[in-house]
Every structure is written in C-alpha cells, then in structure tokens.
Design a protein around this ligand. Structure first.
Ligand SMILES: Nc1ncnc2c1ncn2[C@@H]1O[C@H](COP(=O)(O)OP(=O)(O)OP(=O)(O)O)[C@@H](O)[C@H]1O
Length: 282
C-alpha cells in the first residue's frame, strides 16, 4: 500500500496531446485541477469540489470515499459530461468531455429499470437503442440475463423481483453495452449485507471479464478497499483530494473472506485514521 500525497499528483504539463486513436497508455479518465461551484437562485455559492486531480488508467478500479455531501457524486457528474467544471479540465480517453459519451455506463443507488418492462425487455433496451438488430439484441440480452443468474426471471417485471435481483438487472443492463468506463454511485447501499457481498463478488467477476475502468463512489470504506485498486480519500466540503492509497491485495478477491485478512485490516486502519478526521469535521 503506498500513499500518494495530493501535492505530488502529476503536473498538468504532462497531459498528452489528443490523437484520434489514443494509445492504451492514455488514461481512461483524467481530472486536472477541477473545481465545481454551484450558485443557488438566491445567489449563494456552494463549492462542492476544489482543485481535484485524478487519473484512472484503462482497466483500473478506483473507489472514492469521503464524508457525506463533500462532492463525490459531483465528481461523477463531471465525468459524464452532465456537469461542467467551473475550473479545470476533464478528459475521457485523452479527449475533453463533450456531452454524454456512449462509452460510459452507470449504476446508481436507485435502479434505473423501466417498471413497465420485463427483465428481458429492460436488458435488451440498451443494444436496441444503440441500433442493434432486434434478434441480436434479444439474444445478447438473454446471454447477459443468464450471466447474472436471472434466466428463470426473464419474463418477470421489476416489482416481482427482490432488491438484489433488480440490482442484477441493472448490472446486466450496463455490462451488455460493454462500457469502457463504468461509473457507480453507492450502487449497493440499499441492499442487506449478505446480498451486498454477493453483488460485490458479481461486480468483480463481470469487471474482470471486460477491460473497463470503474469509478465507484461509496460511504463504506471496507467496500472501497475490498473492491478497488486505488482508494481516493476526499476531505470534508469543499472536497479536495486528501490522499490516494494503492490497494495491493491480490486478485481474485473473495468478498466474504478478504475482510478477515490481516493485510485488509491493516489497510482499513490506516485509511480510516485519515478519513475519520474528515468525517468529524463534516
Ligand atoms: N445542482 C446543485 N445545485 C446546488 N448545490 C448542489 C448541486 N448538486 C450538489 N450540490 C451541493 O454540492 C455538495 C456536494 O454534493 P454531492 O452530491 O456531490 O456530495 P456527495 O459527497 O456525493 O454526498 P453524499 O455522500 O451525501 O451522497 C452538497 O453540498 C450539495 O448540496
């Protein structure tokens, strides 16, 4: 585990020139000295993020933790292009963010499933929307439904499924589009502990079968450490980057076991001592 001080983040002079076909070395996501300020209708300013720098490599799994309301979701919104930074720059595969990018997939706390569509129609919606022929889209949807263990529930509607099953639908809906970048905002926080552990295992299996990068926002430090290659710790609002930890736990990781390993406990203790100060401030 190595800790990188914020001040030692890569300087902006090392930004590589934009090329039509970025090399595999170009980070999937780069946020350089990004700040975000909201102005309310009565003119009050809220600084949600200040001078934030992050680089996510191809295929890397990054988790972001920080006190409530510090600016974690705001960070994801800027990667999606839904929100523009007030200051600084966000790049995707070496190019400035320009609107909604089809290479990016999302999974949020609330399931983005259509309640009036069956599991099959929900999972097929993405490929159909992207212009895939109907037969191919439904065949692919069936394949993904099988991969997330819902083959017996293809014709069920979301209200007939448990929270964990709906989350599986959400994962199938996202992974079917082979996203190069996956953004996850507290995706499992509404689930009970046991289902949550199963879903974390499932996520790691799906992620290791594709070459995508993940940015995973969570309140749960143990979840962040168990899943990620790197954990970014944010300060209390206005959030700045406090520290970055590389998580050197070997893969594949088994969620129900990894938390009991001594190395995991040591890493948790170290990062928690950093995060605790911020949670107390907020
Ligand atoms: N559109 C907006 N307009 C005004 N203020 C906003 C807007 N979006 C977020 N904020 C404010 O910016 C700050 C950061 O919000 P954000 O949702 O990014 O925090 P968070 O770390 O994801 O929170 P949580 O941990 O509670 O999910 C908060 O104070 C929030 O009220």
């Amino acid at each position: 585990m190595t800790q990188t001080a914020y001040a030692s983040a890569t300087p902006s002079s090392s930004v590589k020139p934009v090329t039509p076909e970025p090399s595999r070395d170009t980070p999937a996501i780069e946020m350089r000295n990004v700040s975000c300020r909201f102005i309310s209708p009565d003119g009050k300013a809220t600084v949600a993020l200040r001078d934030f720098t992050m680089s996510v490599a191809r295929g890397e799994f990054v988790a972001i933790v920080g006190p409530t309301g510090c600016g974690k979701s705001t960070t994801l919104s800027m990667i999606t292009g839904l929100l523009k930074p007030t200051v600084g720059e966000v790049r995707i595969m070496g190019e400035p963010v320009n609107g909604i990018d089809p290479r990016i997939g999302f999974v949020f706390q609330n399931d983005a499933v259509f309640p009036w569509r069956s599991v099959l129609h929900n999972v097929a919606a993405g490929p159909l929307f992207r212009g895939k022929p109907k037969d191919a889209a439904y065949a692919l949807a069936e394949e993904w439904i099988r991969r997330v263990g819902l083959d017996k529930f293809s014709n069920h509607y979301p209200h007939q499924l448990s929270g964990g099953m709906r989350k599986r639908v959400a994962l199938a809906q996202t992974f079917i589009n082979s996203p190069e970048i996956l953004l996850m905002d507290e995706p499992f926080s509404a689930l009970d502990m046991q289902t949550r552990t199963l879903m974390q295992d499932e996520l790691l299996q799906l992620w290791s079968s594709q070459a995508g990068s993940v940015v995973f926002v969570t309140h749960d430090l143990e979840e962040a450490i168990a899943l990620a290659d790197k954990v970014y710790v944010l300060t209390a609002r206005p959030a700045t980057l406090k520290s970055v930890y590389e998580i050197d736990l070997p893969r594949p990781r088994v969620m129900s076991e990894v938390r009991y390993e001594q190395r995991f406990i040591d890493i948790s203790r170290k990062i928690w001592s950093d995060l605790r100060e911020e949670v107390h401030i907020s």
